[in-house]
Design a protein around this ligand. Sequence first.
Ligand SMILES: [Zn+2]
Length: 405
Amino acid sequence: MTDNVFQLSCQCNNYPWGKKGQESLAAKLCEKTPGTGFELDNGKEYAEMWMGDYPDLPTKSLKTGELLETILTKNKEILLGKNCIEKFGTQLPFLPKILSIQKALPLQIHPNKDLASRLHQENPEQFTDDNHKPEIAIALSRFEAFAGWKPLSEVQTLFKLQPLQRFLARTYTTFGDETLRSVTQAILEASDEVIAETQKALAAISREEYGEQAYILDLLPRLQQQYSQEDPGNLVALLCMNYMDLSPGESIYIPADGIHAYLSGDIIECMARSNNVLNTGFCPTADRDNIKLFTSSLTFSTHSVEDMLLKSKPSPRSGKGKSLEYAPPMSEFNMLRTVLGKDEMEIIRAVDGPMVMLVTSGNGSMKADGKIHDIKEGYVFFIGQGVELVYETETGLEVYAAYAE
Ligand SMILES: [Zn+2]
């Protein structure tokens, strides 16, 4: 008979865009769980801690060492529940991660279900599943990101600048989404020389000419330093995409096929159970996926900073009003953020599906299924369906939980 609630042992990966050693929140949280064998090395980059059953960086039960995936397969009715199995199948339908970002992640999109299933059939080694991957990112520190397209009027204003004329098709009557697609493709396909030359020319234009978009002049050297003057990602991000600067607790939602590139900060992310990505820009040329495939997959449903923001609201699951809910449209999961002060408590009403919770700061206790668990910064727990949680703390506590139902 399996426990309904058990502590997890997670792992970090070492992508080169991650923060180094102790500076990485992902690594620091990962290190807090005792008995995992994880040793933080200050010479290494730590990019992501994963908290799910996805095989690329799998999570285990801390007590038994058994893979979460195996435990869920053996006890799916009890842990996932009928409702979740019927809707999403017999695996954990979401994948929460902590990301610690030192420099820009590759410019990317996550293909929708139709494209993902075609790519998975054609190239299962690169596209390891056939699912879509809508994702949300909640800022745990200051968080900078490029996400979604700018309003067309802003892009059009920029493309009146002389150095950008070469990327425009000879004739267009109105600057619409297809113009945006074609300039993006033209930038991505341009030679290294053209990209470097264009960036140099853009840097020489006065702040006045950029008007409200003069931030481009501040960010350009930073991006050039992170990657190179030949990287087309610099131009696509600065000219075509929204630049977002978020504070802790603020969140963005990236729909399937939505263009994004995170720039800096610590975040908690949650996504549908998938690892499919098309990369281009902010990565070595060899890693760049087929530009035609990338640009033909782009969608243009979002056109402003406001379109990308995901507002939290008081959670109907909360018994004491201490939890906010982030509910992305069209996705398999929601996230809860619970913040408790001194001597406060919260009740999280039972969910008709699985949950994964992580303590990001503080300590206290969690009553669940008749047992009391000590919870502390960095502790991660799996919660089976139908279990009510009671958090209590003497000193303060912050908890994030992803769930599906
Ligand atoms: Zn992504």
